[in-house]
Design a protein around this ligand. Structure first.
Ligand code: G3I
Length: 317
């Protein structure tokens, strides 16, 4: 059939979307499109620490299991997001001392990644998310303040122990083009792998905006691929100043097309995940007032030019 997922499968890539639990439960149009157009899904929030371990050692997998069941029912892969992050992590974690924080991190990874380790639908994890500052130094997060850089290698080793079959990723934003931040990521990945730390994959979030220009993503993907790591686009969206118009929609469509084409051109790029699919449900307007319309369906589930761009790129047009 003529869906995004059918064309992606023919090219040996995934085309994914983030999904949120509330519209998944409440809106049939949301479910229909998520199931029919995408062969991979990522929980937008449901697998994060604040959702899965709100109090120490009290785990709640209701949202995560809902996402897993949807994927199983629809023949989709799941990308786990995310085990260790500075955001959406409860204050009980942030207030621990160094030894207790390291133990809590290892326990969290063992329990969350361990829960889905035997489920073949769960293929990969973002083990650490957004560990860099824009200038390429390590982010001065509570993780770094308490544990130094060691938490990163420890997190990957714990994730490998919990789920030996999952691809383990480091994920960040503003690392799509060649720049100080992506070069820091390149150097860290090379150094971790030289120490046999199990880093399999690099995720480029790709929260793009038409007013800031298009990054040299293919060149950047290729230098990571040449290290022997898998690369993937994990959270693609292309925002604009609202309201939409024909010109902005056309520019956005070109951005979407060029991201998909970059992944198709790099054999170690496994696929592209879009951070949602409908402008009805997007993080962008909450975070960037006056911006939005970042996705490939409009607020009424109508296909936008950016849908056609992704479709035609995957179909080889
Ligand atoms: O669940 C509560 C709800 O109970 C409450 O009534 C409501 C009131 O604000 O908030 C709800 O929580 C919100 C949550 O999304 C679930 O909808 C949070 O406020 C809101 O901050 C949170 O935003 C998420 C954001 O991460 C938080 O950092 C976005 O949905 C999600 O798209 C976004 O995703 C991140 C990736 O994980 C990492 N990369 C960047 C990307 C965009 O920020």
């Amino acid at each position: 059939s003529d869906t995004l997922r059918a064309h992606a499968e023919a090219r040996g890539k995934f085309i994914g979307t983030a999904v949120a639990t509330s519209p998944l439960a409440n809106e049939s149009a949301y479910r229909t499109i998520a199931a029919s157009e995408f062969n991979q899904i990522t929980a937008e929030n449901a697998m994060k620490w604040d959702a899965t371990e709100p109090s120490q050692n009290q785990f709640n997998f209701s949202g995560a299991d809902q996402i897993m069941a949807f994927a199983e029912a629809n023949g989709q892969q799941v990308h786990g997001h995310t085990l260790v992050w500075h955001s959406q992590t409860p204050s009980w974690v942030q207030n621990l001392g160094a030894d207790a924080m390291r133990s809590a991190m290892q326990n969290h990874i063992a329990r969350v990644a361990g829960r889905y380790a035997s489920n073949p639908v769960l293929k990969s994890w973002d083990v650490v998310n957004e560990v860099f500052e824009e200038n390429g130094s390590l982010r001065n997060s509570f993780w770094y303040q308490r544990l130094g850089d060691s938490y990163i290698a420890d997190a990957f080793r714990a994730a490998r122990a919990a789920d030996p079959d999952a691809k383990l990723c480091i994920n960040d934003y503003n690392v799509e083009g060649v720049n100080a931040k992506s070069t820091a990521m390149y150097n860290l990945v090379r150094s971790l792998r030289a120490q046999n730390v199990p880093v399999d994959c690099v995720g480029m979030q790709s929260h793009l905006a038409i007013q800031y220009g298009f990054p040299n993503i293919q060149e950047n993907m290729q230098r990571f691929a040449d290290l022997g790591v898998e690369v993937r686009v994990t959270e693609l969206d292309v925002r604009m100043q609202t309201p939409r118009n024909t010109t902005k929609d056309a520019t956005q469509a070109t951005y979407y097309s060029n991201v998909v084409k970059a992944c198709l051109a790099v054999s170690r790029c496994s696929g592209v995940t879009i951070w949602g699919f409908t402008d009805r449900h997007s993080w962008v307007p909450d975070t960037f007032p006056g911006e939005g319309a970042a996705l490939i369906y409009d607020e009424n589930y109508g296909k936008k030019p950016s849908y056609t761009a992704v479709h035609d790129a995957l179909a080889g047009g």
